[in-house]
Design a binder for this molecule. Structure first.
Ligand SMILES: C[S@@+](CC[C@H](N)C(=O)[O-])C[C@H]1O[C@@H](n2cnc3c(N)ncnc32)[C@H](O)[C@@H]1O
Length: 267
């Protein structure tokens, strides 16, 4: 790696840690060219270091900064990700939430990527709580503008729906469109989408949530940052509400009690 690329990688590591909390390890320096060369070409920079210097030393909201942040974050996701998580939701969480019968829920999918997690909840709620689903609210947020745009559109390729959507759900909740499938309007209108950084507070009028999902993102953060974000999430959780994280992740906080794989309850 040339000296200017090595310097650019250090700048990019520092930028990602400061802006998003994402830790990029030294031995991931292959990402510099793999992810940023296409961005540099598209934005008309002579090379990757020139892009990185502009992105990391300019304003955080500049198009270059947003493009670098988007390219260096991992957006991997799919519908109904992790069977054990959804099994636990149906068997443990739903009975606890609906002890007194079905009621409208408020759900926040934080770091939602391209939307499969939020739509999975919208679909599942229509199956298990059809009488209240239209009164449920799902807020879905991510730091990356392009993924929020794709999520809001709700258009997925055949490859993407094949990762987790059963045949019967495909027929019921999607319609065919050019290039693949689109989530039906009645499912899409249950979710609202907005850009949001986990290190910032939600607007005060966002209120409290019964369920908060923050899955497969805190693994990229330091332990201290994980704790800070968890505390912020817990402050948005209703008393007795639940937080869902990746099944292989562990909560960093002490105010949560483990319920089943991926699920914790506010004590
Ligand atoms: C691997 S995806 C996880 C998507 C989904 N939650 C799941 O489990 O399938 C991680 C997402 O976290 C987002 N992200 C990373 N840092 C973030 C931050 N500081 N605030 C909000 N979102 C962030 C990324 O843009 C990415 O879309």
């Amino acid at each position: 790696m040339s000296k200017s690329s090595a310097n650019a990688w250090k700048l990019a590591q520092d930028f990602m840690r400061r802006q998003a909390g994402v830790v990029l390890e030294d031995d991931q320096d292959y990402l510099l060219n793999a992810r940023l060369q296409p961005v540099a070409s598209e934005l008309g920079f002579p090379d990757v270091p020139a892009l990185v210097v502009r992105a990391c030393q300019g304003s955080a909201g500049s198009p270059e900064a947003k493009a670098v942040l988007d390219a260096l974050t991992t957006h991997e996701t799919y519908f109904f990700r992790e069977q054990a998580f959804w099994k636990g939701f149906k068997q443990e969480i739903v009975p606890a939430l609906f002890k007194q019968g079905p009621r409208p829920l408020r759900i926040w999918s934080a770091a939602c990527s391209t939307g499969q997690e939020a739509y999975s909840f919208a679909i599942l709620l229509s199956e298990i709580a059809p009488t209240v689903v239209n009164d449920c609210e799902i807020l879905a947020t991510d730091i990356s503008q392009p993924v929020i745009h794709k999520a809001r559109e709700g258009r997925y390729s055949a490859f993407e729906v094949n990762r987790g959507v059963s045949g019967s759900r495909l027929v019921r909740h999607f319609r065919q469109c050019t290039g693949g499938f689109r989530v039906r309007t009645q499912v899409r209108r249950r979710v609202s989408w907005t850009e949001h950084n986990l290190f910032e507070s939600l607007p005060t009028n966002a209120g409290q949530f019964d369920l908060i999902l923050c899955r497969n993102v805190l693994i990229y953060f330091t332990r201290e940052d994980r704790q800070r974000v968890e505390e912020r999430l817990i402050s948005h959780l209703s008393p007795g509400g639940f937080i869902g994280i990746g099944c292989a992740e562990r909560s960093a906080g002490s105010k949560l009690t483990s319920v089943c794989p991926g699920w914790y309850r506010k004590s």
